[in-house]
Design a protein around this ligand. Structure first.
Ligand code: UDP
Length: 245
């Protein structure tokens, strides 16, 4: 009898149990969705590319002293991770104005923020992942004040580590989304993935027009073409930067 049971299928990954109850296997899919799954498609090779990029970034973060759920990657599209209780929160860190920040505040696309902005969103597809205030987050008991402070601190540390790393890839980290989970000791660990699906990544070698620099899922969201090539470019630059570590 197979010891692997599918326990969850999300938009980008399938999670399986393993022989060890403390370990799960994440299988990264080529499926792509945007706008709360109203737009659906597939990006050829995305599963393997995102899994490999995520694996390298988690290892990079561990080297920066950040605890993550990453264990290892037994195949290019598979990652073994620590089983955690995932908090229903999406923590977004922004260095440059883009996406919903521009839409909701009127800030011009590409505005460099004086300091990184950390935002908490409610991970709830039915409610379309609304932006939370601190009081709403506590009202819904989504995390304790101490956990919010820890996640904010970790998010800023992660941002610093990733900005340095992507800088070595000649890429600007515009913004990204994080998820955290609790282990059996109630310790907060970084979970989910960090990839062109969950980050905005702009190529530094392509001049100043933000729209010509996009190397992330915005190419899919906005039908800009060359989606696979952009993900492949990120992968190659990440692998090169890791090699020169
Ligand atoms: N993001 C994500 N999953 C979500 C929402 C956002 O990975 O469900 C990422 C997105 O790719 C971007 C950052 O979080 O890098 C900020 O996204 P934003 O709030 O601007 O929303 P969007 O414009 O993507 O709808």
């Amino acid at each position: 009898m197979s010891t692997q049971t599918k326990i969850y299928e999300g938009k980008a990954k399938i999670l399986y149990t393993t022989n060890d109850s403390k370990i799960l296997l994440a299988d990264y899919k080529d499926d792509a969705t945007a706008f709360n799954a109203q737009k659906r498609g597939s990006i050829q090779g995305k599963g393997s590319m995102n899994c490999t990029i995520s694996s390298k970034l988690f290892q990079q973060l561990e080297a920066c002293g950040i605890k993550t759920h990453y264990i290892d990657s037994p195949a290019p599209h598979q990652m073994r991770v620590k089983a955690l209780k995932i908090l229903p929160l999406e923590i977004v860190v922004r260095n440059i104005a883009a996406g919903s920040l521009c839409q909701q505040t009127g800030l011009e696309l590409g505005t460099v923020l004086k300091q990184p902005l950390v935002e908490f969103y409610y991970k709830n597809d039915q409610l379309q992942d609304p932006l939370l205030t601190r009081d709403r987050l506590f009202l819904l008991e989504l995390a304790t004040p101490e956990q919010v402070d820890t996640m904010t601190h970790l998010a800023l540390q992660i941002n610093k580590c990733l900005c340095d790393f992507f800088g070595r890839c000649d890429i600007t980290l515009v913004d990204f989304k994080l998820e955290f989970g609790l282990d059996s000791q109630q310790q907060l660990l970084l979970a989910d993935e960090i990839s062109p699906d969950t980050c905005r990544l702009w190529d530094n070698s392509k001049g100043s027009d933000p729209n010509l620099r996009i190397l992330d899922k915005d190419r899919f969201r906005r039908d800009l073409g060359n989606v696979e090539n952009a993900y492949q470019e990120v992968l190659q630059r990440v692998l090169k930067a890791v090699k020169s570590n």
